[in-house]
Design a protein around this ligand. Structure first.
Ligand code: SF4
Ligand code: FES
Length: 250
């Protein structure tokens, strides 16, 4: 391991300002190497000490906000969880998450995902109207356990960047939006599954997924969006089969 004082590491950083650059290009920066630095620390060092024009997005630096996702040597990663030491002494190539339009440098446009969250109605649709005076909805630990894993999503978009289907068809609703739809479908307080089915069971919904599984591999929160998609496929298949049965048999 290199000593922290003298060692350096090169970051090759994607640069692009669509309004002025005809093409993206890479810019190299030599940053100090520290054993406990993550790629985000190096980017912040560049921004603070070397080149204020570099644009990247981050907030929490602790794997919670989901805003620092980028391609690190071709893999979708949270840059606040990607240590320089795992790449040292080789250069590290940092690019925006693949599959999304670039707003500037390392910042992607997430509008498409925001629209998909609306399409799948990723919010609680209560079984019946409830007044505040009725107090909180209570759930048992078992009811919470049914959906808790899917509720851990931090909207980091790593799963979209890793998904080969989304790379080819951006109409695909995609892993995180489907996992978040399942999060509510499995919630004992919710009655919105049929409303969500319109988007989820459409061609661009779960049936576009070819179950490559990369989304679950790259997910930093173990949400398992691939598992959510398979659950939703199963639910759709059961509904379809029930609809074929004579009335009263389903
Ligand atoms: S499912 Fe995982 S990888 Fe996808 S957006 Fe949510 S936290 Fe990120
Ligand atoms: S900075 Fe918040 S998840 Fe990395």
């Amino acid at each position: 391991m290199a000593s922290a004082s003298a060692a350096t590491q090169v970051l090759e950083v994607f640069r692009y300002s669509p309004e002025q650059d005809p093409e993206p290009h890479f810019q190299s920066y030599e940053v100090p190497f520290h054993d406990d630095w993550v790629v985000l620390d190096a980017l912040n060092h560049i921004k603070d000490r070397m080149d204020w024009s570099l644009t990247h997005r981050w907030s929490c630096r602790m794997g919670v906000c989901g805003s620092c996702g980028m391609m690190v040597n071709g893999e979708a990663k949270l840059t606040c969880a990607a240590f320089l030491r795992d790449y040292y002494p080789k250069p590290i190539r940092v690019e925006p998450l693949t599959g999304f339009p670039v707003l500037r440098d390392l910042v992607i446009n997430m509008d498409d995902f925001m629209e998909k969250l609306v399409q799948v109605k990723s919010w609680l649709i209560p079984k019946e109207p409830r007044e505040l005076s009725q107090g909180e909805y209570r759930q048992s630990p078992a009811e919470l356990a049914r959906y808790k894993q899917f509720s851990m999503c931090i909207n980091c978009m790593l799963c979209y960047a890793a998904c080969p289907v989304y790379a080819l068809h951006t109409d695909f609703i995609g892993p995180a939006a489907i996992a978040l739809a399942q999060r509510y479908n499995l919630d004992s307080r919710d009655a919105g599954e049929q409303q969500r089915a319109e988007a989820i069971q459409a061609d661009e919904g779960v049936w576009e997924c070819t179950f490559v599984g990369e989304c679950s591999k790259v997910c930093p929160k173990d949400v398992d969006p691939a598992g959510a998609i398979q659950q939703a496929k199963m639910a759709g298949a059961i509904d379809w089969y029930k609809a074929l049965l004579p009335r009263g048999k389903g």
